[in-house]
Write a protein that binds this ligand. Structure first.
Ligand SMILES: *[C@@H]1O[C@H](CO)[C@@H](O)[C@H](O)[C@H]1NC(C)=O
Length: 254
């Protein structure tokens, strides 16, 4: 629709000095900008209707838009998640995932394995505000201090005993040893941990109030990158020798 309008603009005498558009004709803004003509948007409905449209856009941006389902991993991911799949191509398999059915290997530094079923692994979760993960612990296993910036977590113990806790933003610690079938919640964004409290393997399943809750491990944030040792010393009050030792263990440099 822009091309014929540009054609008219080219031919009008005297030249157009201002454009008044319907707000839905968004292309006219680009046209005005290209030609250095001021563009005014005329909204003929009530402000409350404008507010409704505006809030639909906010819901979409925040991944809370009321769709039945979504999720196309092949499309680029924006702040609101993945784009939606064409409903005619959706099958039941888009709502089922075996992402948690993995051969778990806990032969690593933390003697534990976290297997996520977030939107990246299970696209059917996209936009639904929920996700899941499985945690396996060998004896001595631990999921070190970490946060999920995007969502709260609820954990259920399936096997063994697990000591778990979190630190509130008022710096109060809440921790407890959990047995099979106990559940514990970890509020969004707070630092928390899980430790195998027994001498056998332990297993837990966790769910999140986000389809992409994210994961930031405190030790890796401090010692697993190239943040200079002197800055870590200045910001943590640890001595340099200890910092270098932890960098060596966690793959950090500098
Ligand atoms: C588990 O991981 C370790 C370290 O990466 C590796 O050496 C070992 O072969 C793996 N075990 C199995 C059963 O895959």
């Amino acid at each position: 629709m822009g091309a014929p309008v540009e054609d008219v603009l080219d031919r009008l005498e005297p030249p157009v000095t201002a454009i008044v558009i319907d707000p839905f004709l968004v292309w006219a803004v680009g046209l005005g900008n290209r030609r250095n003509i001021p563009v005014a948007s005329l909204w003929t409905m009530s402000p409350s209707v404008f507010s409704v449209f505006h809030h639909f856009e906010l819901l979409h941006q925040n991944g809370q838009f009321l769709l039945d389902f979504s999720g196309d991993l092949t499309a680029p991911q924006g702040p609101a998640g993945y784009s939606c799949k064409n409903p005619s191509t959706v099958t039941v398999n888009d709502f089922v995932s075996s992402a948690l059915d993995v051969a778990v290997n806990t032969s690593n530094l933390i003697k534990a394995a976290v297997t996520p079923a977030f939107a990246a692994q299970f696209p059917g979760l996209n936009g639904l505000g929920i996700s899941s993960a499985r945690i396996d612990f060998a004896p001595g296993g631990v999921v070190p201090f970490h946060t999920h910036p995007g969502g709260s977590e609820i954990l259920i113990v399936l096997q063994g005993t697990i000591s778990a806790g979190f630190v509130s933003s008022a710096n109060t610690v809440y921790f407890k040893t959990l047995k099979v079938a106990d559940i514990m919640v970890f509020p969004q964004g707070l630092l928390h941990f899980q430790v195998n409290a027994g001498n056998t393997v332990a297993q837990a399943y966790v769910s999140f109030s986000s389809s992409s809750p994210g994961l930031q491990l405190l030790d890796y944030a401090l010692f697993g990158n190239n943040l200079p040792t002197e800055l870590i010393a200045a910001t943590t009050f640890l001595d340099s020798a200890q910092i270098k030792k932890l960098k060596a263990v966690l793959g950090g440099t500098g």
